[in-house]
Structure formats: C-alpha cells, structure tokens
Unconditional design. Sequence first.
Length: 177
Amino acid sequence: MLRPYLSLVSGLVVLFSSAVFAQGEADFSKAIELTAGHEELDIKNNKLLLTDNVTVTQGSLVIKADRLEALRNNEQQADTFIAEGNPATYTQQLEDGSTISAQAQRITYYQAREVLELVGDAQVSQGASRSSAQIITYDLAKQTLSASGEGSENNRVTTIFTPTKKDDNDDQNGGNR
C-alpha cells in the first residue's frame, strides 16, 4: 500500500534533482524536506496534497504555498506539481550568488517539459530586473521567459530594469572612467 506513495515521493526528488535547475546545481545533492500542516494521499487518483503553510526546501531552493498538489503520470512518478497561494513563491540562490525569485497565485511545474508556469499576478525577479504579467512561462532548461498580459485588467506586461548605483569614485571623477 505504501509503494505508490514512495513512488510519488521519489518523483518529488526527481523534480528537484533534475538538470532542469542547473542554475542552482549544488542544491540538488542535498536532501529535500517537505513540511505542511496537513497531508493527504489519494492512491487511487495518484495525487498527493499538502496544505496549511507548505514549504519545500532543498539547499537554497525554497517553494512556499498554501497548497501543493503533486500528480503522478502513468510511469509511476510525480510529473506535475501545482503550488497555490496568496501568492505561492519560488526562490533559489544561483551559482553566481544572486537570487532568482518568482511569485504568482498558482505556480505549476511540468517536470517532463521542464517548464514553470506562473498564473495570476505573476512576477519573476533576478538582480535589478523584474517582469510581471498575468501569465509567465519560464523554460528552466533553455533559461527563457515568455509573458502575457492576457486576462489582466489592461492586457499588458511590465518589465523593469533598475539602473545600478553609481560608484562614489565616478562622482568624484565627473563620471569619467
């Protein structure tokens, strides 16, 4: 009876240890910890549901949500992960020491396709730049992002690039380099 559950948990390990997240590669040799106030396993429907302050941690990778649903495909491993919250969040420290973060009402990770889909007040931030839209699709393997304002009040996408601060030496030298 526990075998399907173990397969589902193994799928969670595959979720975070895949080369998909190469930007935080060191994290994937570390143990995965799932915590929540409540957990339900639906063996018949191949579904694991975590609710009440859900946190998934592996090294610097952290996903927080009010609710996380893991669905198994026909190959007996978790393939689709749906995190919901107000908002659900994802953060990870990159190899260069910077942090990438994302948030949305719903974050869906499609493991086989290596894609994060953020829906509802979606935002992705890295360094001084931030993209926000109703829907953001982030291809983890290719490191590409696609954003759509469809369904939002003004059907627009916003990207903000914040300039870096000037060095005090630049001010003293009249901005010349």
